[in-house]
Design a protein around this ligand. Structure first.
Ligand code: ASP
Length: 348
């Protein structure tokens, strides 16, 4: 259960980059400086009725805000450690992040901050703060309201009007830029109020004992896990070129439909060889909202026989960040496989 004085603590807002804080430059939008002051000024100009709904706030801005298209597992690790260190002094944390890889960071944080006993809410914007028609303030307000709700005890994404489970989120287009294809929203803005939906699985993340796993991702940040999306005509030699590199320790395969791959013995042998070398291989569907059951079709049985793990309904973002996480922990292969197939943060 949350500590009783949680409500008296401020919410910490971390600005790490993204469109929300960007400014126009001669080379297009780029992260701007002085974001804390710009955001504080904008919040202070909100009508009193909207300000009254917001918790006390501390804003901390990264010394080098980035476009999230440059984020790597090393950035996920830094963010996880910073949040873990700050959580005891704050009711919750809001991360302001670029939308391009927001779902990846949210998924990674969910694995690093397992059992978190208060809200960690990630948001961003499609248009910079202060620009015409910007969604930045709306998203910040929504994230702040949810970050002050002790009943939310997990990493979530607040965007548009919805609150989604972080490890289930994916970016799409438009102002409601995120979806969670296999999980209903955890909450929503209704008439300006942030409402949680307890019936949508909040309980499975509540009341856990925090057991943060702040592994060192440095060794994997330089290409340790590859992502291979099948295409018609994919060749075994192409797959082997990725998997035989000794720096590669794991691979996420994005396969057809419900879990199928070409009936090509050489291709399946390339996967099996990687497995025999102890590499961790998993498969998810490349259908945007699909799930896999390896072995349902004969065309997928070969993957299961090659030792590829089923990612079930996991998003590619969750499956990839989970592979990185498990490979960074000091575990043996059996334990990694067991944990991959289990739900660690509501991701499957
Ligand atoms: N390129 C930006 C980023 O991900 C896009 C955004 O924030 O919407 O940092």
């Amino acid at each position: 259960m949350p500590t009783p004085n949680l409500i008296d603590q401020p919410v910490l807002m971390l600005y790490v980059g993204g469109t929300i804080g960007m400014v126009e430059t001669t080379r297009g939008l780029a992260p701007g400086s002085d974001f804390s002051r710009r955001l504080s000024t904008a919040l202070a100009r909100l009508p009193a009725s909207r300000q009254a709904k917001l918790p006390d706030l501390v804003i901390r801005e990264s010394a080098h805000p980035i476009d999230s298209s440059s984020a790597t597992p090393a950035d996920w690790q830094r963010l996880g450690s910073e949040i873990a260190a700050a959580l005891p002094q704050h009711a919750g944390v809001v991360v302001l992040h670029g939308t391009d890889t927001l779902a990846w960071s949210a998924s990674s944080l969910a694995f690093q901050l397992q059992g978190v006993d208060r809200p960690v809410v990630v948001t961003g914007a499609m248009r910079p703060l202060g620009s015409e028609g910007s969604d930045a303030l709306d998203n910040v307000e929504l994230a702040l309201q949810f970050a002050a709700r002790p009943a939310l005890q997990e990493v979530a994404v607040a965007f548009g009007n919805r609150l989604l489970r972080g490890a289930r989120s994916r970016k799409v287009a438009g102002r409601e830029a995120f979806v969670s294809p296999h999980h209903p929203p955890l909450g929503e803005r209704i008439d300006g109020e942030a409402m949680l939906f307890p019936a949508h699985g909040l309980a499975i993340q509540q009341g856990k004992t925090p057991h943060f796993e702040l592994a060192d991702y440095a060794g994997l940040a330089e290409g340790g896990v590859v992502r291979i999306v099948l295409w018609p005509g994919i060749q075994a030699w192409q797959v082997a070129a990725w998997l035989e590199d000794r720096r590669v320790r794991g691979a996420l395969l994005e396969v057809w439909g419900g879990g199928n791959a070409p009936d090509d013995p050489c291709l399946l042998a390339a996967f099996a060889r990687a497995r025999s070398e102890g590499k961790l291989l998993a498969a998810v569907s490349q259908c945007p909202a699909g799930g896999v059951t390896l072995g349902r079709y004969a065309a997928g049985m070969g993957l299961a026989e090659a030792g590829v793990l089923s990612g079930d309904t996991m998003t590619p973002e969750a499956a990839y960040t989970k592979l990185v996480h498990l490979l960074a922990l000091p575990l043996d292969d059996d334990e990694r496989r067991r944990r991959f197939l289990a739900s660690l943060a509501g991701e499957r």
